[in-house]
Structures are given as C-alpha cells and as structure tokens.
Ligand binder design. Structure first.
Ligand code: COA
Length: 259
C-alpha cells in the first residue's frame, strides 16, 4: 500500500511512524486511520520490528484530533459507526498489538490525538506538548476510547474534570498525572524514545507480548489475575524462556530468538 498521510522509517529494529498532515495539524481523517491500521498490521507481522514509535510531523502537533470536517454533519447512526469502526481499526488495535508501541507526543495531542497516544503502550512528550479531550466543546464526547482510557491512566476525578472543562494540560501536569512517563525538550524526544526502545529490545519479545496481554486484560475484561496466570504459563513453553533462564545461569547476556 502506498501511504499518502503517513511515513515509516526503520532503524535498528525500531519502526517510526510519522503522521504526515502538518498543514491540518496531523488531524486523523478516515484515510489516515486506514493507513495507520494497514501500517500497524504490517509492522506487527514483521519479525525484524521489535518496537514501534508513533509521532506527528512538524514541531506543532502530534495529532490535533479526529478530522472535524469529516463528521460535522453525521447522523446518530453514522456517529456510532464512526466510533465503533475507529476503535476497532486503530485504537483497540494498537492497544492489543504484541509489538510495544510508544507515543512520542511532539505537540498538540487533542481529542482523537490524545486517544491515540493513550491507546499506545506508553507516552513520552516534548515540553511544548498540550493534551486534552476538547470534544464536549464541540457538543460530542470522546468516541475513540477517551472516556475509558483517560480515567484508567489518571483517575476518574481528573478525567471527569478534563473532559467536562474540555481544557488542555501541559507536560508538567500530564507528568504529575501519570499521563506521560517522561518529558523532554523537543529535539530529545525521538532520541529518548529510541533509547527506551533499545532497553525494551534487550528483553524477550514473547514475554513482552504476554505482559501486554495480561496488563490489558485487567482493564478490558476485569480478569487480569487469571490472564496473568495463563500468560505466565505460556512463557514456560517458549524458546525465549529457555534462553533467558539458561543465559542467567551461564552468566551471559540472553540472545532471545523471539519464539
Ligand atoms: N480537524 C480538522 N482540521 C483541523 C483540526 C481537526 N481536529 N485541528 C486543526 N485543524 C486544521 C485547522 O482547521 C486549520 O486548517 P486551515 O489552515 O485549512 O484553516 C489547520 O489545521 C491549522 O489549525 P489552526 O486552528 O489554524 O491552528 P492554531 O494554532 O490556531 O490552533 C489548535 C491549534 C490545535 C488549538 C486548533 O487547531 C484546534 O482547536 N483544533 C481542534 C482541536 C479539537 O477540537 N480536536 C478534537 C476533535 S474531536
């Protein structure tokens, strides 16, 4: 598939997806969501890709939201379909990938933009970033998982306030809230994400994917402990587990086959 709205670069086991509609502050139109789905699916199947980083083009925005011009005249049925399809195609899809996904939030992350960042496994932001769910100011609510993932990440009361006020928060507050894991100068954003990706890549890809599954199960299905037991057991049948434990006992660095 030829992409018109995203770029993908590969670097030592890391794939960097850049949403590339800077004139529209990287707003997520339907075409971009479809391209992102295709790209994430392809990268998940590519065993050379160990970590995915997603960011926005330009210095101003990660993603300034869903493309308002596309849904301004939608009916009730179309609105529901928009949310359901978007969640399945992109937001839930990203959250449930086996490959770790880091959001490198390089500017505005609003509405669907913050929802995309929240669907990623964790977030790192540059100090110019501004985050919020402004949907109630448009007469709608967050529809790409924002009413669920924001309270999961920062707590119910803070999420209620952010959604009700439709306000934006800067990186210091986002860091204090636990919405982002790190804040850095913009030029340090990708280098830091790559450094973290490097640490992740030292570890077993299979174990990481089982950990993602178990962590997500607690939020989605409410049976995280059960999911953890099952995922823990699964690890014992993998070559990665044999290699990891053998390497420890032999006092050498593990070289995980990823199986
Ligand atoms: N959907 C569609 N287009 C968007 C957009 C969105 N979510 N966010 C920004 N754009 C477009 C603007 O319409 C403008 O296009 P134009 O140049 O053709 O007029 C362009 O991106 C630049 O945005 P602009 O508003 O001029 O930049 P700004 O620096 O003055 O303001 C924001 C930046 C982020 C504060 C402002 O763009 C904004 O409020 N965007 C909408 C945020 C939002 O409500 N998102 C949730 C959607 S559910």
């Amino acid at each position: 598939m030829d992409y018109e709205n995203i770029l993908i670069n590969y670097e030592n086991g890391i794939a960097i997806i850049t949403i590339n509609r800077p004139k529209k502050l990287n707003a997520l139109n339907r075409a971009t969501i479809a391209e992102l789905h295709h790209a994430f699916e392809a990268l998940e199947l590519d065993s050379t890709v160990k970590v995915i980083i997603i960011t926005g083009s330009g210095e101003k925005a990660f993603v300034a939201g869903a493309d308002i011009s596309e849904f301004a005249h939608f009916s009730v049925e179309q609105g529901e379909k928009l949310a359901a399809e978007g969640q399945a195609q992109l937001f839930d899809f990203v959250e449930n990938l086996s490959t770790p996904v880091i959001a490198a939030v390089n500017g505005f992350a609003l509405g669907g933009g913050l929802e995309l960042a929240m669907a990623c496994h964790f977030r790192v932001a540059s100090d110019n970033a501004r985050m919020g769910l402004p949907e109630t100011s448009l007469g709608v609510i967050p529809g790409y998982g924002g009413t669920q993932r924001l309270p999961q990440l920062i707590g119910k009361g803070r999420a209620m306030e952010m959604i009700m006020t439709a306000g934006m928060i800067g990186t210091e507050k986002a860091f204090a809230y636990g919405l982002i894991n790190h804040m850095v100068a913009q030029e340090e954003l990708l280098p830091l994400c790559k450094k973290i990706a490097g640490k992740i890549m030292n570890n077993s890809p299979v174990a990481i994917s089982e950990a993602i599954k178990a962590i997500n199960a607690g939020y989605r299905e409410g049976n995280g402990f059960e999911a953890e037991v099952k995922a823990f057991g699964e690890c014992f049948g993998t070559e990665d587990f044999k290699e990891g434990t053998t390497a420890f006992l032999e006092k050498r660095k593990a070289d995980f086959p990823g199986r």
